[in-house]
Every structure is written in C-alpha cells, then in structure tokens.
Design a protein around this ligand. Structure first.
Ligand code: GUN
Length: 284
C-alpha cells in the first residue's frame, strides 16, 4: 500500500508557486485574493484562516472580508461588485455555506467568472462539463493532480464517487469523465452504495461521515481517495474511510489529515495565480 501524500506534494506546489509569483512581480503584478466570510461558523473560520496563511507563504496578497451573519443578500452582492471592479483583486472566494436567508446561487453568479477561483460560477461549471479551460474547484482538481503525481491513469478505470456536492462530487465526476474514466455517481438516495464501491478501481468519497467506507466495501488492490473531514469527540481529525482496515487491502490511499486537504489549499493558490495571469491578457 502506498500513501497518497498530499502534504509533500502540496509543499512542492507551493515552492514552485513562490518562484512563479516572484516572476509575476517582476512584471508589476502581485496576485490578489479576496475571501468573503459570512458569520462565524468555526469550520469556515478555520478554513479561511488556512487560506490566508497559505497566500502569505507564497507571496499572494489576500484580504478577508468578515461579514456579520445578519448581512443582507444585497449588501453581499454590492461587496462582490466592488471586488469585481478592483484591479488588484484577481480572485474572489465566498466561503460556503452561507446563511439560509442568502441565495447562494445568486451570490456565486455575481462573481466575475474570470475571478471565480473556486470555479463555482455556472460559466466555469459549464466549461468544465464540456472540457474547456476553466477555473476548476480546488478540491476535485487537487484530487486529480494527486493521482497524476503518483502516475495513476484514470482512463478506462471504473471510478465510483460517493457524495454528489456541487463543491466536490459533481466537479470530480466531470474531471474523471474528461480524463476517460467510467464514472458512477452515488449519493444520499443511492440504495446500495457498496454494490458500486465493491467493483470500483478507484473510490472517491466526500460525504462528511466518519467510518462510512468499510473494508468489505472495497475491492482488493483498489485506490481510495478520502475527501471527508470529520472531527471526532476525542478531537481527532478523520476522513470518511475506516483507514485502519481499508488501508490493509488497497494499493493506494490518502491519509486524513495530509491527503486531499493540503492539496485543496495548494490548488486554490494555483487558481489565484492563474487568475492573476489574466491581467497580462486583459480581464473582461
Ligand atoms: N466550503 C467548503 N469547501 C469550500 C470550498 O472549497 N470553497 C468555498 N468557497 N467554500 C467551501
């Protein structure tokens, strides 16, 4: 069994980005990321802090706009409009979830698609679905890059995705399809998830349920990508996979922490760098 070590790969990506960002600085451009955080959900606060710290490590300018949970949709939309027009801001990221009185789709659609470093705008979602260049959500793109780094070719493989969120499962399905995999999408209404996972060459799971994927659900020698993050009562951080038992029968598996998580952050930085490059070709 080989661990898919996202911690080491993401550190290498960051190292390369430092040089790329320095080269861009010679052309007078410092990539800028604006992060909008509404409310004080502890997990969201922690993610936003991690993103800001990562920007700092590679020389990307970042600013976090902290909004009270009572902010109206119109107020939030006007902040986005200002950021859309700000030439020093290349990427705009609205941390999800948003409070229920705000329509998430309306907010995401207000972001200039050329600044949509999360890849959540329907413009980018659509381009990804037809395999055109686009911003791709950081977590699934990080998964693809992690697999590629370990020379895992998904073409022709049977891939099962467990969990069909707009943030992870759906874009991952599109990426896998574009890369030539046969993709099964399983979700909350799937009657028998194990009927799918048992036969899969690659299982990717991002549901947020500790211990969901057990050893008897996985084929001998399969590849398992754990995208879940769960905090146990003991304080321990675990994924959605019963790592201890599943790891005994797989060929490759991501650890949690140290697998997909750091890849997400590194990929967001890459997306922000990509957005900054639009300054050279003029942003719409
Ligand atoms: N909430 C959970 N994951 C993400 C993410 O990748 N981006 C944003 N904006 N919010 C999230």
């Amino acid at each position: 069994m080989t661990l898919l070590d996202g911690k080491t790969l993401s550190a290498n990506i960051e190292k390369n980005l430092i040089t790329q960002v320095q080269d861009l600085a010679k052309q007078g451009i410092t990539p800028g990321l604006a992060v909008i955080l509404v409310g004080n959900d502890p997990a969201s606060c922690a993610y936003v802090q991690m993103k800001a710290k990562a920007c700092k490590r590679v020389g990307i300018y970042s600013v976090t706009h902290e909004m009270p949970p009572s902010i109206t949709e119109d107020e939030l939309l006007s902040v986005i409009e200002i950021l859309n027009k700000n030439p020093n801001i290349d990427g705009i990221l609205v941390q999800l979830p948003l409070p229920s009185h705000i329509k998430t789709s309306k907010v995401l659609e207000a972001i200039n698609p050329q600044k949509d470093v999360d890849g959540f705008h329907p413009f980018n979602v659509g381009r990804l679905s037809v395999n055109l260049d686009s911003f791709v959500p950081a977590t699934p793109l990080g998964v693809m890059n992690l697999l590629k780094h370990y020379n895992i070719d998904v073409s022709g493989k049977d891939v099962v995705i467990v969990g069909m969120s707009n943030i992870v499962g759906k874009p991952l399905a599109a990426l896998m399809l574009n890369a030539g995999a046969s993709v099964s999408c399983t979700h909350i209404l799937t009657r028998d998830v194990s009927a799918y996972t048992k036969n899969a060459d690659i299982v990717c799971v991002g549901v947020g349920k500790a211990g969901l994927i057990k050893a008897d659900m996985i084929k001998e020698g399969a590849i398992v990508v754990d995208i879940g993050i769960n905090r146990l009562e003991s304080g321990a951080l675990v994924g959605d996979v019963d790592f201890e038992n599943v790891s005994k029968k797989v060929s490759f598996i991501t650890p949690v922490p140290g697998g997909v998580g750091p890849m997400t952050i590194a990929t967001l930085l890459q997306n922000t760098y990509k957005a900054a490059l639009y300054r050279l070709t003029q942003r719409a």
